[in-house]
Design a protein around this ligand. Structure first.
Ligand SMILES: *Cc1c(COP(=O)(O)O)cnc(C)c1O
Length: 358
């Protein structure tokens, strides 16, 4: 078996143990004679998977029963629209931090629904960054405030979560369960699964039940959070196999222990940032105090060198290091499942590449 070091930003690497367990159970899940893909979503085997996934997420985030944990299709992108459709009524304002491509994508959808105040705008800043504490201007009585905790494309990450004075909503697609965070500061958290939670096909939403109750009732049933809460995310057929893989991933996180995962993530990122800082050949693209521990972005002195770097890294088994098509450069996505040995391999390669081309 030849597994590569997959630095892809999403869909992203998953734990090998999880893939192998799924493989072992693929055609006959625990003696049921069926694959999870073939089962009724209302049967007892699937029911156990579904509820364990919810319980594990609740435990890992440390959230009480005041929150519902939901599985919704349509990715994080549908959440960009569902959020304002449910909570941004007429005469209200929602605050948005615009600090990168994903924040901007959320703003675009919200503007189709209602009034948006940009609490801070640093989307186009180079080096990329998050807004500083005093820079964000919150609307008193806002319907909610929205931020992207980690900008996957620019490689900038909020290190402290701001106090916004209104119900706080976080797009945590690319850094959920990767570092210590007080999740209870948020009224709602959402994340597409394909970065840090499992495969694509499902988004996790954790939402305060008292907030969801106040949602708009004159929108289509499937778009209401309340529908998914009342039906435990089983109003219609959920993406059963994606949720199963997410369940196995949360089990893997619990087995490893979050403190260990957090420390390993920190160490992995630091190793690459140290290599960048020790060199005048590589240039980090995010401001130091906002550097992401999940998506490490950097540039080389010339685009031709970047192309060569990506090509030679690929030949050496390090895949998907190309930066997002909108920004170029190099991006090493090193989510929870990415092994420390792969980061060391990248850093060794960086040093060698600089020697040969610097
Ligand atoms: C990937 C990503 C998205 C988009 O997710 P989809 O599930 O593809 O819709 C949104 N926000 C952030 C922060 C992301 O990293």
């Amino acid at each position: 078996m030849a597994r590569v070091y997959n630095f892809g930003a999403g869909p992203a690497i998953m734990p090998l143990d999880v893939l192998q367990e799924a493989q072992a159970d693929l055609v006959d899940y625990k003696g049921s004679g069926m694959s999870v893909m073939e089962m009724s979503h209302r049967g007892k085997e699937y029911d156990a998977i579904h509820n364990e996934a919810i319980a594990n997420l609740r435990e890992l985030m440390g959230l009480s029963d005041d929150y519902a944990i939901l599985f919704i299709q349509g990715g994080a992108s549908l959440q960009f629209a569902m959020l304002p459709m449910n909570f941004l009524g007429e005469g209200q304002t929602a605050d948005y931090v615009n600090a990168g491509s994903w924040g901007a994508a959320a703003v675009k959808q919200a503007r189709m629904i209602g009034n948006v105040n940009i609490a801070a705008d640093c989307q186009k800043d180079i080096p990329t960054r998050m807004p500083d504490a005093g820079e964000m201007k919150w609307t008193p009585g806002a319907a909610y405030s929205h931020l992207t905790t980690n900008e996957t494309i620019s490689g900038a990450q909020f290190k402290t979560i701001p106090e916004t004075g209104s119900p706080l909503v976080g797009d945590m697609s690319s850094d959920i369960l990767s570092r210590p965070i007080d999740y209870a500061k948020f009224t709602m958290i959402y994340a597409g699964a394909q970065k840090n939670l499992g495969p694509s096909g499902v988004a996790m939403v954790a939402i305060r039940k008292d907030f969801a109750e106040k949602g708009n009732i004159s929108i289509p049933t499937m778009l209401r959070y309340q529908t998914h809460i009342e039906n435990n995310s089983l109003y219609n057929t959920p993406p059963c196999f994606s949720i199963y893989m997410l369940c196995l991933t949360t089990r893997w996180l619990k087995k490893n222990g979050m403190q260990k995962i957090f420390k390993t993530n920190r160490d992995k990122a630091q190793l690459i940032y140290d290599a960048i800082d020790a060199s005048s050949f590589y240039r980090g693209t995010a401001k130091k105090e906002y550097r992401s521990d999940m998506n490490v972005t950097f540039r080389l002195p010339a685009e031709e060198l970047e192309t060569l770097f990506i090509k030679q890294a690929s030949e050496a088994g390090m895949k998907q290091l190309k930066g997002h098509r909108s920004v170029g450069g190099i991006r090493a996505s090193i989510y929870n499942a990415f092994p420390a040995a792969g980061v060391q391999t990248l850093v060794d390669f960086m040093k060698d590449f600089e020697k040969r081309n610097g």
